[in-house]
Design a binder for this molecule. Structure first.
Ligand code: BGC
Length: 807
């Protein structure tokens, strides 16, 4: 069942009912001011950091879901209703929510009154604009009252939810004309405040939540809009809010448009006050002036559109398959930009107060956004590498505000360092900026202890051979990519974290996944060394890779698939000999990506085993059979009920590894089958089962052992976005930036005949036509001249290269 449709022309998903199977959200803002907004106007906004600079309050995990947002109320005679359906939930005669690139538009009508609310964060500004157009669709003149409503968060979102003895006393506002200023704690150490403004004179206002709602009422029963009487309340402590009341008189057919600005201002300390105790409003007024007319809003929206045109224009395709086109051209890239901005901080499944930036996560996310914002990717790389330790190991996370490693979680996730090589490699292949390898980068953020970025990569690489276990395979440490496979942890206490609690000391537990990743990242490292002319080092590194591949084919092989690990006692995991957890997805995908077993036939066997044991109707599950009981020697993975998360859920992040692996073997149809099983646009028709947004990936879909097989959770912030983008663009479509040219090596299913691709890279536009006959071989021409192999060299001069690939 569907709940909307794609409008590809406008790059929007159009939701046709407010009653979606879960709140379907969008993100506003791409620089420093961000908002989350659901299809019923729920959500919140923040400046830079979702924990420390939260502007509006949101109630996670509440009843009903999605409590708090940017609400407008219409009082039309005896009828009071909310155009976003929630919170009043009055029947609407018309409803539509359009989630677009950085904006959301909700339109609805009731009782002959139409309301359209457009919300976005203008480029270069720290505010949300809410433009509300009210239309009299009836035959008679009428006057309605329009009430706005936002509830302020007292800045620190965690404190706001927990420290009531203090913060019920701190709330303060100032009211000036049509602007309500939220100045809680501005009197002391905060140099920032928020405001909510409307470009029209007020019939009244409210700033105290109890007065507006009534102490025992929810948002849907707010007494001020129900009565139509603003109370002009002034918040003092408790819960500051901002609500404007406007009288809107409309002739039949007439529309009136109001521009609301919800802004954030930081003042230099010496300019904080304009008079004792009065906040200096100069900067707020400048922001208000920038958006005081609909024409200014229109212009800002145009600028936002142009920004997205540029971001999404680096790789576009026309394939004849509209779902593929919308994933590649629009939504997959969009999600990659959102993960770039948010990492894993703020979604409807991440509360914005928890995790820092993951070392592994950030490097992987980079693979999906490097082509859109290479300069910002560069900055991110330096930030990440600066948290690395001298021995090549890495903090598992770092804090975005301080950019320092997070001591609470520490290091010891032995795959982490290798992802840095992949992140840096992707950046250099995209930009050609090999000079980044000469940058001096600190270890553990110590400016007195630095080395070149190349040296950081060397330490990342060497960390594997320096930390081998009894079988010659990489030691796993706390965990590898699978944070929940905790082989040294042995936790028996419910209140401790599997990731941070003391590990048993032992150098036995080994990971075949890290071995596969070592091959994949190692090849990238060798290519960089060769490009630098460091052939001796390249040869030495290659030798280590060959050795590791041989160890894997011997000690890492179980007969029909690759083992997953050796545990603390040296026993195999992910082996036919195990009772549960006989086969895992991660090493099958990653080892083949690293090239292990391709020649010996083991790769094919391993992937056939994936098909046989792990594939399901809704995607490839992580392992089989699921663990039915808790295994202290395995850790968190066995803590989940069968079919969820890492315990045999369809963990969407690792499905594209198998897609890529299948393309390595040239098996286009199977790669395609796996790709389309989890790509959201292909799931639109089963939105009732899937439940999450049909325009973005979710981290997990319940596996075949779960009660609700096919139901997804944790949409938006997941490495799934980046890796699926890599899989579909670089391996299925086969368009990949290499150090010396653009590789064009598609592996497409037969039904996709001709694809045109535009790839803008290093100032060159590659106009590519793929003529797919499913031959399995590739014949390329560039500007009419035959190309030797599948890499079209970057032209010395010239801005456009026409490439034809017959395959
Ligand atoms: C983490 C990833 C990890 C994955 C699998 C995610 O929640 O962010 O770093 O690889 O889980 O455990």
């Amino acid at each position: 069942m569907r709940f909307g449709h794609f409008d590809d022309e406008k790059r929007e998903y159009v939701i046709e009912t407010p009653k979606t199977p879960y709140p379907w959200i969008n993100y506003l803002g791409s620089e420093s001011f961000f908002g989350l907004v659901s299809n019923t106007a729920g959500g919140y906004c923040f400046y830079r950091d979702a924990r420390y600079r939260r502007l509006t309050r949101y109630r996670y995990n509440n009843v009903p879901v999605d409590e708090g947002g940017r609400y407008f109320y219409i009082k039309d005679g005896d009828d009071t209703w909310t155009p976003s359906w929630r919170p009043m939930k009055k029947e609407l005669e018309r409803y539509e929510c359009r989630h677009g690139m950085g904006y959301t538009k909700i339109s609805s009508a009731r009782g002959g009154v139409g309301v359209e609310t457009l919300m976005f964060v203008p480029v270069g500004h720290n505010c949300e604009v809410h433009q509300v157009t009210v239309t009299n669709e009836g035959q008679a003149a009428k006057t309605v009252k329009l009430f706005s409503f936002v509830e302020f968060c007292l800045w620190n979102a965690l404190d706001d939810m927990t420290n009531f003895q203090q913060n019920f006393n701190t709330g303060e506002v100032e009211i000036e004309g049509s602007t309500i200023y939220h100045v809680t704690e501005y009197r002391e150490r905060r140099d920032h405040y928020a405001f909510y403004h409307v470009n029209a004179p007020l019939a009244g206002f409210d700033t105290d939540r109890h007065s507006f709602l009534g102490l025992y009422n929810g948002f849907g029963e707010a007494q001020v809009p129900l009565s139509g009487e603003p109370r002009n309340s002034r918040a003092s402590g408790w819960h500051p809010i901002a609500s404007h009341c406007l009288d809107v008189a409309l002739a039949p057919g007439e529309s009136k448009t109001f521009v609301f600005v919800l802004g954030y201002v930081e003042n230099p300390r010496e300019e904080k006050f304009s008079a004792p105790g009065v906040a200096n409003k100069t900067r707020a007024k400048a922001l208000i002036d920038a958006f005081s007319t609909p024409a200014q809003v229109e212009e800002a929206l145009g600028k936002l559109r142009a920004t997205w045109d540029a971001l999404l224009g680096k790789l576009t395709i026309k394939s004849g398959d509209e779902k593929l086109d919308r994933m590649v051209n629009i939504w997959n890239q969009y999600q990659c930009m959102v993960t770039f901005n948010m990492s894993r901080s703020a979604s409807y499944f991440e509360s914005g107060i928890g995790r820092g930036m993951g070392f592994r996560d950030s490097n992987q996310d980079l693979l999906g956004f490097v082509h859109m914002v290479p300069e910002r990717a560069r900055e991110r790389i330096i930030d990440i590498a600066s948290t690395q330790f001298e021995d090549g190991s890495a903090y598992h996370q770092y804090q975005p505000l301080t950019k320092r490693g997070n001591n609470d979680i520490g290091s010891g996730f032995n795959d982490d360092p290798l992802w840095l090589i992949l992140g840096v490699g992707a950046y250099i292949r995209e930009t050609g900026d090999i000079g980044i390898l000469d940058e001096q980068v600190p270890f553990d953020n110590d400016p007195n202890n630095t080395a070149t970025l190349l040296e950081h990569l060397k330490r990342s690489f060497d960390h594997v051979p320096n930390n081998l276990g009894p079988n010659g395979l990489p030691l796993i440490g706390r965990a590898d990519w699978n944070d929940c496979l905790n082989l040294n942890c042995f936790s028996e206490t419910p209140d401790e974290s599997f990731q941070t609690t003391g590990n048993k000391v032992g150098r036995t537990a080994e990971s075949t996944f890290i071995a596969g990743l070592f091959l994949l990242a190692g090849k990238e490292y060798v290519a960089l060394l060769e490009k630098l002319g460091r052939n001796g080092e390249a040869e030495q590194a290659s030798g280590l890779l060959t050795k590791m591949a041989a160890v894997m084919e011997d000690k890492g092989w179980d007969g029909e698939w690759f083992l997953r690990a050796y545990d603390f006692f040296g026993e195999p995991i992910g082996s036919n000999r195990c009772e549960e957890g006989k086969i895992f997805i991660e090493p099958q995908g990653m080892c083949v990506m690293g090239g292990i077993g391709v020649e010996s036939g083991k790769a094919k066997l391993a992937l056939d085993s994936v098909k046989k044991h792990l594939d399901s109707k809704y995607g490839i599950v992580l392992l089989q059979p699921a663990y039915t009981t808790y295994h202290v020697k395995l850790g968190e993975i066995s803590s989940y009920p069968p079919g969820y998360k890492e315990n045999a859920g369809i963990f969407c992040h690792n499905n594209p590894w198998v897609v890529i692996a299948e393309t390595e073997l040239g098996r286009a149809d199977r790669a395609w089958e796996y790709y389309t099983k989890i790509a959201p646009a292909y799931l639109e028709d089963i939105s009732d089962v899937h439940r999450m947004e049909p325009y973005v990936y979710a981290q997990m879909i319940a596996g075949k052992d779960a009660v609700n097989h096919g139901e997804a959770k944790n949409s938006w912030l997941t490495g799934t976005a980046a890796y699926n983008y890599v899989a579909v663009t670089q391996h299925i479509l086969g368009i990949r930036a290499e150090l010396d040219g653009l590789r064009v090596k598609p592996c497409l299913p037969k039904h996709i005949g001709e694809v045109s691709v535009k790839r803008v890279l290093r100032g060159v536009t590659f106009d590519i036509t793929i003529k797919n006959r499913g031959t399995g071989s590739h014949k390329l021409t560039a500007d009419g001249q035959p190309v030797d192999g599948v890499v079209v060299p970057y032209p010395a001069t010239g801005k456009t290269v026409r490439v034809v690939c017959e395959c």
